[in-house]
Write a protein that binds this ligand. Sequence first.
Ligand code: NAD
Length: 326
Amino acid sequence: MTVLVTGGAGYIGSHVVRLLRERGTSVVIADDVSNGVRARTEGIPTLEIDLATDVTPKVLRDFVTEHSVDSVIHFAARKQVGESVQRPAWYYSQNVGSLANVLMAIEQTSVERVVFSSSAAVYGEPDTGAVAEDAPTRPINPYGETKLAGEQLLADSVTALGISVTSLRYFNVAGAGWPDLGDTAVQNLVPMVFERLDAGDQPKIFGDDYPTPDGTCIRDYIHVLDLAEAHLAALDHLDARRGAGERPAASAFNVGTGEGSSVREVVDAIARASGMALEPEVLPRRAGDPPKLIADPTRIREVLGWQARHGLDEIVASAWRAHIAG
Ligand SMILES: NC(=O)c1ccc[n+]([C@@H]2O[C@H](COP(=O)([O-])OP(=O)(O)OC[C@H]3O[C@@H](n4cnc5c(N)ncnc54)[C@H](O)[C@@H]3O)[C@@H](O)[C@H]2O)c1
């Protein structure tokens, strides 16, 4: 098996690359390193390319053929919600356009499996606290729309390309499996608090008057290493289905713990990990933040046999170690 990991120089992709290599799987990467770290690709055949350009299908097809790729894990995407609101067309061209190019590149190659980085953003602001995969998909920003469009494009490609597809809808990813693979983007709560601490400021909490036990928003935090393992479970499952002679199909799974942590609980965990006394500054609510968003992870547990192994303290402590190391 050779796995092409697009976005393999990024935060989550680099974890999957490392896990795959640890278990002896051959890996190649395609990444323009626009938001990745080049050191993470050292010693691994890497095609440095913007996947959203016209030449991509041809160039990537040659790379896929040269390395006898049979599986693709597609991480490469832009992921900033606010930027997607400012530049919707660019987000569609980057996220949906790149995926379309990857699919054109693998036409009539030996690729049989595709695992896609989707997001809980496909659900928008769900009515219930714990969201199952059959909940309505109603993204509330262009970023979420590009993920939903990606899932649809993949589902439409199953029969035409003879590929089996798994979309993984990640909830709130944090932590680091290795200190050199920390999250370098400052967009999620944990890195945002670290940035404040580095500047000598206290963390900010947006709203403490939500209908939750401590008044702050509740999210489902998933350790990036657990998330990375879910990708391996997804590949193995696609492999087993193929081995059993099952027809190509597309499916989607939530990747979360099913447990929620409030913003205040995360800040408390950061205080424990860092040994700092933290007194967050409470600001008004931000628009578009649902009070509670957690995964119902039943389907992934039952079908892929995967479940998260790490809790909030381990997530935050690993993120802190990576922050200190970085
Ligand atoms: N981090 C999260 O909290 C989170 C949550 C849900 C879904 N996701 C999805 O998971 C995937 C990986 O996220 P991440 O946090 O590792 O992001 P990241 O930015 O660290 O990694 C993405 C990688 O893809 C590359 N890339 C982006 N656009 C590209 C393009 N057009 N051509 C070639 N390379 C390109 C970047 O250089 C980077 O190395 C993304 O698809 C993201 O939307 C992330």
